[in-house]
Design a binder for this molecule. Structure first.
Ligand code: PMP
Length: 403
């Protein structure tokens, strides 16, 4: 068992009180808090090695470049990619998906081609494809959900035809906290020679994600959901696809030579990293992955799954509790009677408990469920059974007020 008390001490922000109550932070699906080692890594980078990467011959630039590329290698190893040049630093999941939609769209999609997504996607895995729909006239095909909110795999199979060019699907739903059979989704797509982008925003912090085992063609995630700073993320892509794709942004670093008549592009991964990258963010992401590795992602998964199981048990003791879907990961969405999620969120906040309410950037899913939104509690390695007890006690207290 991980020593949660000691791990928690690594997170300075968790020591504070809000509204005179100890902070119980259960909004980890939105963003995680940062351990001291990550905060220190940012400060240390600016204090000791700050210089623009790749372009400098001087000492600081070389040190910064070394650490930036070490961070890329840490990401490669963390997701078990074959090559570090398959790791593209982005601002987060959203930018990763937009990069793919634009670059893959420019290179490989034409009017009438189809992209498959699902009903439970985050807006960042819907809108970039809609923009492409408007720009070049692709069609979106949507995987429906079964009664229990699982992906309808039979319907998924039946969506493929010779116009299907890409599948883009979430690994874990940020609303339902359920894990999709992503390996099976990829196998089915590959049997039609269709590549797959995995939105791993909600899986990478909680379970082992191995792009080689999954045989994922692309995978996007955000650093800030796995203890790293905001503004840094990753798009993984298989070399063969990335080499075929056009650059996303134009500018410095992504070129080999620029003439007014003709420009040639840099090799991977720099072709997709125009401009000065967030090298300090990348270095801090590397530190966050060191932190995760020091505990072990399997240990984290086990702890969070225990928390989820316990939370489900306890939440179900509350009268008029409605749990949405089949949560098996680190997030649980629920409603209590007719209490509006926003009221529940505000009242829990007064008890020092931070949860999230609303549509969670997944309006089509919320519409499908026919509800105004949800209350979502989501867990990280520093959460404990006591946090859940306090949450459940808080909800009971609020429910009594509404009786
Ligand atoms: N996909 C999923 C499943 C998410 O949960 C989120 C963040 N809530 C995103 C994409 C977007 O991540 P970001 O805002 O960090 O780009």
């Amino acid at each position: 068992m991980p020593d949660i008390l000691n791990i928690r001490k690594e997170f300075p922000i968790l020591e504070q009180q809000v509204h005179g109550k100890p902070l119980i932070y259960l909004d980890n699906a939105a963003t995680t808090q940062k351990p001291r080692c990550v905060i220190d890594a940012i400060s240390e980078a600016y204090t000791t090695i700050n210089a623009n990467v790749h372009r400098g011959v001087h000492y600081l630039s070389q040190k910064a470049t070394e650490q930036f590329e070490e961070a890329r290698e840490k990401v490669r190893s963390f997701i078990n990619a074959t090559h570090s040049h398959e790791i593209i630093f982005t601002r987060g999941t959203t930018e990763g998906i937009n990069l793919l939609a634009t670059s893959f769209g420019n290179t490989s999609l034409k009017k009438g081609d189809e992209v498959i997504i699902s009903t439970m996607e985050h807006h960042s895995n819907i809108v970039p494809w809609q923009l492409l729909q408007q720009r070049i006239g692709i069609n979106l095909r949507i995987v429906p959900l079964k009664e229990d909110t699982a992906l309808d795999m039979d319907a998924y199979r039946s969506l493929f035809n010779n116009r299907t060019k890409l599948v883009s699907i979430t690994h874990v739903s940020n609303v339902l906290g359920s894990t999709n059979p992503i390996k099976e989704c990829i196998e089915i797509a590959h049997s039609h020679s269709v590549p797959v982008l995995v939105d791993a925003a909600q899986s990478i912090p909680h379970i082992k994600v191995d792009v080689s085992v999954l045989d994922a063609d692309f995978l996007a995630f955000s650093g800030h959901k796995i203890y790293a700073p905001t503004g840094i993320g990753v798009l993984y892509g298989k070399e063969k696809w990335l080499n075929m794709m056009q650059p996303y942004h134009g500018g410095g670093e992504m070129i080999q030579s620029v003439r007014f008549e003709h420009t040639t592009f840099n090799e991977l991964p720099y072709k997709f990293e125009a401009g000065t990258p967030d090298y300090v963010g990348a270095i801090a992401l590397g530190k966050a992955l060191d932190f995760v590795n020091s505990i072990g992602i399997e240990t984290i998964a086990q702890h969070e799954q225990q928390l989820t199981k316990y939370a489900l048990q306890q939440l179900k003791t509350i009268e008029k509790m409605r749990i949405l879907g089949q949560p098996d990961s680190s997030a649980i969405s629920f409603l209590v009677g007719d209490i509006h999620p926003a009221d529940m969120g505000t009242l829990l906040d007064h008890l020092g408990i931070a949860i999230r309410t609303g549509h969670h950037c997944a309006q089509p899913l919320i519409d499908h469920l026919g509800i105004p939104g949800t209350v979502r509690a989501s867990f990280a390695i520093y959460n404990s059974i006591e946090d859940i007890d306090i949450l459940v006690e808080g909800i009971k207290r609020i429910a009594r007020m509404f009786e």
